[in-house]
Design a protein around this ligand. Sequence first.
Ligand code: ATP
Ligand code: MG
Length: 418
Amino acid sequence: MIQAPKGTFDVLPEDAARRELLEEHARKILGAAGYRRIETPTFEATELFERGVGEATDIVRKEMYTFDDGGGRSLTLRPEGTAPICRAYIEHGMHKLPQPVKFWYLGSYYRAEAPQRGRYRQFWQVGAETIGSATPETDAELIVLLADLLEALGVNRTRLALSSLGTPETRAEYRSELVTYLRAHESMLSEEIRTRIDLNPLRAFDATDPGTREVMLGAPKLLDRLAAADAEHLAAVRALLDDAGVEYELDPTLVRGLDYYTRTVFEFSSDALGAQSGVGGGGRYDRLIEQLDGPPTPASGWAAGIERILLAAGEQPLAAELVDLFVALAKPEGARVAFELSREARRAGLHAQQELGSRSLKGQLRHADRIGARYVAIVDDGTSAASGLVSLRNMESGEQRDTAPDNVIPTILRGTGL
Ligand code: ATP
Ligand code: MG
């Protein structure tokens, strides 16, 4: 028996409604702040992620689905959305538009990871990017929008961690200080961290083994080494969040997995999630567009995992689907009238279905009840329908009366008279 590949899942109709609701909220909340939807291809040139996400990151080192397209080009299923959006911004010359340009997106992403609850090989993200503004207000706006979205979706027990990574220059200085510190404590570090001291020493803050953790407690912190302008930027973001009443925790150990971040970084997590607690995060990436051969352009953004949002939100009450009209058949001869009537009803804006199952009339009424139909129109046969033999039944009151087919839709739309 063929099954869905490991780490993937089907979104069944009963799961789709909550995803649609999430998308509606995202469209409303982000749209109201001027963010416009963007879609980029599912796969891109591998080089985009190597250069845009960073060779030293977990994503590029071990999580990419990379393949040859048959013509000698290396392509990769997108593991994240920021690099592709920057590629599109550059490719379409969007620096000529009024700045900043604000995007939001929702789509599937791919990472070769060990599957577990909240961690999949194909997963969905909703994200927002503001390209072309260096202001702290941009960062705060993005953070507040994600906070609003999570709140609207009923995501429980969230925490917001905030930090600053400074500029690449301060970071480079700090980095060599950290490397020196790690070298001095090498024997206590895990194998993985030790072999990557030079490649990505910041990653040591993310380590979970006791030895490395103990070493990191005494490690120098980048937050204490920020240049004055970077510290000011962080203070401005904090003041805006304070004014907005968005609570956060300053977390000097917050290291986002992507190399391109500068200054502001943040992450929302939920205690409702267990091990995979990250719900969404992001930050400022002022050097990325330039790194992808675009004009120097400051930018900021975030991405949140849809499956983790839904897990952390728990069961939310959903409005039951409304069926206004079910068209039943008393005799098979009525099929053409039933077909026409249900179509007309839909064109009039009603949710209408017709009998498709060759059930007995009794079975059809039971079915109509099960799907929650407000009205059932019982078509007798095609010849008599035109002369007025449709029985319209109000399922709530149980009232039923014969009427002309033409009268069915107006009666339901008026909501009175039966
Ligand atoms: P983690 O630390 O959990 O691996 P990450 O730092 O790799 O997360 P990001 O690259 O920041 O995650 O992606 C943003 C969000 O996308 C995460 O907060 C998470 O909600 C979601 N996400 C990331 N990877 C996966 C995955 N493999 N399956 C499901 N959701 C994911
Ligand atoms: Mg990850």
